[in-house]
Design a binder for this molecule. Structure first.
Ligand SMILES: [Zn+2]
Length: 170
């Protein structure tokens, strides 16, 4: 296996290899008694729906010519659902409800596992954070044309359209 973590981030001693029953050899600090698993970083991405519109953000550092869905990293100590509510509030100032999990996507080369959700708008005015370049409601049926470079985002929008078709209540 690749020893990705060589030194303990807590005490600094060199890690040894310990055999975990289902993982094979894992870097281990015997002083702190911690196994350092090689895990992807969990990240949430959420399609927020308001009647026939969806919330899209402009973030040039992600894609120069495309809009994206709202996303953010899961912080240690919170549930994934809490992450979704927190990130939506921080980046857009909006409240959401009726979270629905739509599956996950692995982002190659970035070691990110993207947990995808849809949610219903539940009040508030758009109040964008300074980290966000632009943010607006876009007609759902036009959304994928604004998301050209964002393959994962477009997949999520397609799933959302299917969900709404199946329910016809959103
Ligand atoms: Zn240690």
């Amino acid at each position: 296996m690749i020893m990705k973590f060589k030194y303990c981030p807590i005490c600094g001693r060199e890690l040894e290899e310990k055999y975990s029953w289902d993982e094979g050899g894992v870097p281990y600090c015997s002083k702190d008694d911690i196994l350092f698993f090689d895990t992807p970083k969990p990240c949430i991405i959420v399609a927020i729906i308001n009647k026939d519109k969806i919330l899209l953000l402009k973030q040039s550092y992600i894609y120069k010519n495309s809009k994206v869905l709202l996303s953010g990293y899961v912080t240690n100590g919170e549930t994934v659902e809490e992450t979704v509510h927190r990130e939506v509030m921080e980046e857009s100032g909006l409240k959401i409800k009726d979270l629905k999990y739509l599956g996950s996507e692995y982002v190659k080369n970035k070691e990110i596992i993207m947990l995808t959700f849809m949610a219903k708008y539940n009040g508030g005015e758009i109040k964008k954070s300074s980290e966000v370049e632009g943010i607006e409601w876009i007609k759902l049926k036009n959304a994928i044309y604004e998301m050209d470079e964002d393959e994962i985002g477009k997949n999520i929008v397609k799933k959302v359209l299917k969900e709404i078709d199946n329910r016809s209540v959103y």
